[in-house]
Design a binder for this molecule. Structure first.
Ligand code: BES
Ligand code: MN
Ligand code: ZN
Length: 492
């Protein structure tokens, strides 16, 4: 488990700056004007900061970007990070500025000279999120279990105000880290059983957790979900997590695809890059991260998280192309391609969620299609919905949080591509518009009156390049946006 680094706010103490070890972070506005703390650093470094602020290199920096001065004269610190930031940044700029020094922090002591810059809590969150470093399977120096890095110390003019603004930072960071850890874990470690065990640990935070095992899933008739796990030695499971902070309101349901490994099954994937399919439980991982975050910050909302945990393996008992299975809803599906398995898992999870909880609205998350990566790359998730107002609310939340999201279409012409000769539908709609036909498949398991959003996160759950507030790899995309949506919809 990766613990987010702690954040400690301290009163301004000009004498502590020269003595600080490790790294010192100072902010300078585009104008080059120095605040009280920066002036102190400038005096200690005998004018080096001012020279840097007037340099062409500083001029070329973007808002929230940093230059590093190594072994600065006049400071004990080994490095001075000079971050370009105006005093009234946007949330995204503040987080990026945090990310700029969080990326370099390693396990060093870090003293952040924030003074009276606004959104200091967002700067702190950006730094903590960017400093994510999964060490659980390393041995030797820096391995998990050895000494934790010290807290980030943030020097501010009004300590109590900063502390109040930052109360949720630790909760959000813990939620995002939970998601990233789950997405990073290899499939021999994060089996369906281990995944369920880690979700059961949320009980300690006040989340009610139930694990439905195969015999129960059989009884419920979840045959499309079970058909995916047929070839695996790991038992298929559905985990239900309930957070009840909102009194008697109908819950928001968050549903996740949790394919702990996707070989493609009998429709086997090519070897090249198959190892990336350890992240095919990203939807379930995001649901888990949101549940953790809202439990830690004690959200005044009712949210039920339901994840389908399965492994898609080829085997003598595996589902074959051409097999016909019956869903919990009762509709039958001709499985043309066993690699289009995520939709089979979600079909039953969607139906179960509506059947049992009558949710006020539901959102599913899934690393569902390669086609969404062709459409939107690794920058934005695909947003599909049967309710424009609901979609708009999500897109607004994602925009505030700086998480890329793009509204995609649905329509009857796409739905018709799922027509089967032998069953009620087939599980693939052909090559073109593959992310849309996948969404159409899911919509067949959504009752008309339930507002629903499907998020195809195949491109964003894990990214090949670092982001502003994430290293490369698992991003935790969606935890912040969904937390924001819950605040906006339920807690205002
Ligand atoms: N898990 C994959 C989608 C995926 C691809 C996620 C790349 C992350 C990165 C999904 O189960 C899948 O295999 N989809 C197929 C569907 C096709 C067979 C209709 C695809 O996208 O190729
Ligand atoms: Mn697949
Ligand atoms: Zn998959």
């Amino acid at each position: 488990m990766t613990d987010p680094r702690a954040v400690r706010f301290a009163e301004i103490d000009l004498d502590a700056i020269a003595e600080a070890t490790g790294r010192v972070v100072v902010f300078v506005a585009d104008s080059g004007k120095l605040d009280q703390l920066a002036r102190r650093v400038n005096r200690l470094t005998r004018g080096a900061l001012e020279r840097l602020a007037e340099s062409e290199a500083f001029d070329k920096l973007g808002e929230g970007e940093a230059l590093e001065m190594a072994f600065p004269t006049g400071l004990h610190a080994e490095a001075l990070d000079v971050v370009k930031l105006n005093r009234r940044p946007t949330v995204a700029e503040a987080r990026k500025a945090g990310g700029a020094f969080g990326a370099k922090a390693g396990s060093d002591e870090v003293l952040v000279l924030a003074g009276n810059i606004r959104l200091v809590e967002e700067i702190a969150l950006g730094a903590v999120l960017k400093a994510y470093d999964f060490r659980d399977h390393k041995t030797g120096e820096g391995a998990t279990g050895t000494e934790a890095p010290p807290p980030f110390t943030v020097m501010v003019s009004k300590r109590e105000d900063a502390e109040a603004a930052a109360v949720d930072v630790a909760a959000l960071a813990a939620g995002v880290f939970f998601t990233r850890d789950l997405v990073t874990e290899p499939a021999n470690v994060l089996t369906t059983t281990e995944f369920a065990r880690r979700l059961e640990a949320l009980t300690d935070l006040g989340v009610a957790v139930e694990v439905l095992e195969e015999p129960e899933l059989e009884k419920l008739g979840m045959r499309t979900l079970l058909s995916v796990g047929n070839g695996s030695d790991s038992p298929s499971k559905v985990v239900v997590m309930r957070w009840e902070g909102g009194g008697r309101e109908a819950p928001l349901a968050l549903l996740g695809k949790g394919v702990v490994f996707d070989t493609g099954g009998i429709s086997l994937k090519p070897a090249q890059g198959m190892e990336d399919m350890t992240m095919d439980m990203g939807g379930a991982g995001t649901v888990a991260g949101v549940m953790k975050a809202i439990a830690l910050r004690k959200a005044r909302a009712n949210v039920v998280g339901i994840v389908g945990l399965v492994e898609n393996m080829p085997d003598g008992r595996a589902t074959r192309p051409g097999d016909v299975v019956r869903s919990m809803k009762g509709d039958t599906v001709e499985i043309i391609n066993t690699d289009a398995e995520g939709r089979l898992v979600l079909a039953d999870v969607l139906w179960y969620a509506q059947d049992r909880f009558q949710p006020a609205a539901m959102i599913d998350l899934a690393t569902l299609t390669g086609a969404i990566i062709v459409s939107l790359g690794h920058e934005k998730a695909g947003v599909f919905s049967n309710d424009d107002g609901f979609a708009r609310a999500f897109l607004d939340a994602a925009k505030t949080e700086g998480e890329g999201a793009w509204h995609m279409p649905l329509g009857p012409a796409y739905d018709r591509l799922l027509k089967s000769e032998v069953a009620d539908m087939k599980n693939v709609g052909g090559r073109w518009g593959g992310a849309i036909t996948a969404a159409q498949f899911l919509q067949r398991f959504v009752k008309g009156e339930t507002p629903w959003i499907h998020l195809d996160i195949a491109g964003v759950a894990s990214t090949p390049k670092p982001g502003d507030i994430a290293p490369k790899g698992p991003s935790g995309w969606g935890v912040l946006s969904l937390d924001r949506l819950i605040r906006n919809r339920h807690e205002r």
